[in-house]
Design a protein around this ligand. Structure first.
Ligand code: HEC
Length: 171
């Protein structure tokens, strides 16, 4: 139970923010986030236990990068990820919410860290927000509205390969 996923569409949990993890477990429980296997797992958990589980995974810290959890179809490299100019502008907005900064200090605990997350999972979730399928979040629906398939793939690759050391920061 180290919170590190070896499965392409399953997210890493270790080092993810407590409030975000707890909110998602509750959303699986009450089916506001649609996912049958996760619903079955959490349906009998109390709110107290959900918070405990979330804190457990947060305390695991940074997801190891590199060979662990990467498949041959994934591109993983240690060089800094680069983006097309259009997406470089978009990423500034994504980071405003997803990465720690001065502006978002109060709310960031409930926003997920993207850096170092599994690539297919990130792309899949962006598509779900875009299609309002399984997940409904007005902020993310409007952020993904204008993205094409190639943009989503590029953004997912960018965040998956971005240094996840920020996960260690206690924000
Ligand atoms: C205004 C704030 C905001 C902005 C801007 C924003 N996001 Fe989000 N994002 C959120 C919130 C809040 C959630 C969690 C939604 C939920 O509870 O389901 C989220 C969830 C996600 C997830 C799911 C992560 C997971 O672990 O399940 C992905 C992927 C994502 N955002 C990508 C992006 C990308 C890429 C951009 C830029 C194009 C972006 N977001 C811009 C607030 C934002």
């Amino acid at each position: 139970m180290d919170g590190v996923s070896n499965t392409r569409f399953v997210p890493h949990l270790s080092g993810q923010r407590i409030d975000y993890l707890a909110s998602q477990l509750l959303a699986f429980k009450d089916n506001t986030r649609g996912n049958r296997p996760m619903h079955a797992v959490v349906m009998s958990l109390s709110e107290g236990l959900i918070k405990y589980v979330a804190a457990y995974f947060w305390a695991q810290g940074q997801v190891p990068r590199g060979p662990v959890g990467t498949s041959s179809e994934e591109t993983s490299s240690d060089s800094a990820p680069t983006l097309a100019p259009k997406l470089a502008e978009v990423v500034k907005q994504c980071d405003d919410c997803h990465e720690p900064n001065e502006k978002n200090r109060d709310v960031i605990r409930s926003y997920p860290i993207l850096a170092g997350q599994r690539q297919e999972y990130l792309a899949n979730e962006m598509r779900d927000f875009q299609n309002k399928h399984n997940r409904g979040n007005p902020m993310m629906t409007s952020m993904t509205e204008l993205l094409g398939t190639a943009d989503i793939a590029e953004l997912a690759g960018y965040y998956a390969n971005r240094d996840s050391s920020e996960r260690l920061g206690r924000h």
